[in-house]
Design a protein around this ligand. Sequence first.
Ligand code: FES
Length: 322
Amino acid sequence: MSLAPTEKLTVKVAGYVAEAKDVVLLELRDVHDGVLPRFEPGAHIEMHLPNGLIRHYSLLNDSRETDRYVVAVGRAADGRGGSDYVHQRLAQGAQFQIGAPRNNFPLDPQAESYLFIAGGIGITPIMSMIRWCCANGRAWRLVYAARSRQRAALYEDIRLLGGANVHWHFDDERGGHLQAGDFVRDLGRGEQIYCCGPQPLMQAVQAACAGHHDGIAHFEWFSAPDTEARPAESGAFEIQLRRSGVSFMVPPDKSILEVLEENGFSIPFSCREGTCRTCETGVCSGTPEHFDYVLSAEERAAGKSMMVCVSRTSDPVLCLDL
Ligand code: FES
């Protein structure tokens, strides 16, 4: 089964279990028990929660399965309501819509071997990658950090898949955080890094990769990195909406998304910081300046779409497919 990027599918919560402290596991199935669209290791789905929030969660089950999606949701103390809703209100039997699986964190199947570095709930996209490695006889190792053993989601699954390949790091047992950069120094020939977790961990791995060639490390950002270049104060520009036949000015202190909302356009969004791809909008003409964290280098160069929550242009006019 396949689903167009804009189509939605109604799923039901077929399983809801506590997986670790402050982490619940949801098993989602088609509401009519039909076949689900295929997904690749590292992919995520957009969940349109019954309370109106849109949230993205990585698929952690085996990517060969077509009858279910499994996601884990960690309770975010400083979250924006999505994880609270899932933890407090969602229950087995609930129904909601999801989008087709998308992958901003694809695994390179040609790598010689894989070093996975996960922190906390960042284990979720990596889980489907490990399952792929096991199914395809590929060499892998995992560095997995969590605040404590009770908070380590999927501990038992990982142990069964290959506990000997894992370096466990529990802050409370080791007396401090993981020094993630240490693991990057002894990379094997042809080994690639896939990293997901809290910002400090990912930034440490990024810094440690500085001496290695481009493309060796891959990151899945749950939130925009604090120290990355954010949309600079850029000048005002005009957006022309091709299908609607109207134009608006975008001032330096507002995003395209904000201007569209102020003018009555309902553009889907979730993160509003360039990490989720929900607000991706087609570009008809003009050159976007990309400030997101999801488009590939090829997609940026093509300039066919942009994240209107953060990206802008230096051109006087940008024409959008709206
Ligand atoms: S709303 Fe998430 S990338 Fe724009």
